[in-house]
Design a protein around this ligand. Structure first.
Ligand SMILES: [Zn+2]
Length: 231
């Protein structure tokens, strides 16, 4: 995809399931293309939402769902960090930037997919800023493309200000991988909701149809290309 050489892809998302919602179909396409796909999830996705008992069990079951979901799309290295769910604003931005820089230095991706800056979820917004900071275009950087994706029930729920709007300018045909995306999401049963919730499987499919129809495709994932460097 994108060029004749094999790509080295890193998906950076705040919570388990964001990565599949945002770019699961595209991840599967990269894997089919023989590209290396790695995933960095910044939190284990539960604590602040769930103060009930069995928290440890729930965290381990969501972590195992994350492994299965991402492996089903061909991801190789899946890393789960432990930043506080829905409270990334209590951590110094520089600390988060350093975690991301360490992973970039280790994996040397040429393509990164991450959150849109205008999402309602505070963690998503912070990850966008942290990734862009970690990806400063310095000499000898491995990166040549950075994309942001949309996440059902966060991107479209943002405060309706112009600066928050997600305006895609890059579409990927996922007609052949929408099934894989839906299957990967099925591992995240506990996170998915029933229709007509914005984070339901049906809503995911409708969004893919809508994005596809904008550019004459059956199903698409759409992205905002933040930066592309042709080398
Ligand atoms: Zn999220």
């Amino acid at each position: 995809m994108y060029n004749s050489k094999k790509n080295n892809v890193l998906v950076i998302a705040a919570h388990p399931d964001d990565e599949i919602l945002g770019c699961g179909g595209t991840m599967a396409l990269h894997s089919k293309n023989g590209d290396k796909v790695n995933v960095l999830l910044m939190s284990k996705g539960i604590k602040s939402r769930d103060k009930t008992k069995n928290i440890e069990k729930k965290i381990s079951s969501l972590s195992s769902a994350a492994m299965k979901a991402n492996k089903s799309l061909g991801a190789k290295k899946i890393t789960l960090l432990d930043y506080p769910d829905n409270s990334f604003d209590t951590v110094k931005l520089l600390t988060i930037v350093k975690s991301i820089e360490n992973m970039i230095n280790l994996l040397k991706p040429n393509i990164i997919y991450t959150h849109h800056h205008g999402d309602l979820n505070i963690d998503h917004e912070i990850i966008n800023r942290a990734v862009l900071t970690a990806c400063r275009p310095v000499p000898k950087s491995s990166l040549n493309k950075i994309f942001t994706f949309e996440v059902n029930s966060s991107t479209e729920w943002s405060i309706n200000k112009e600066k928050n709007l997600f305006i895609p300018n890059w579409y990927v045909d996922i007609s052949k991988t929408i099934k894989l995306k839906k299957k990967a999401l099925s591992f995240y049963n506990s996170e998915m909701k029933k229709w007509p919730h914005a984070r339901s499987i049906k809503s995911v499919e409708i969004l893919a149809r809508r994005r596809g129809s904008i550019v004459g495709l059956n199903f698409a994932e759409s992205f905002h290309l933040v930066r592309s460097i042709n080398i």
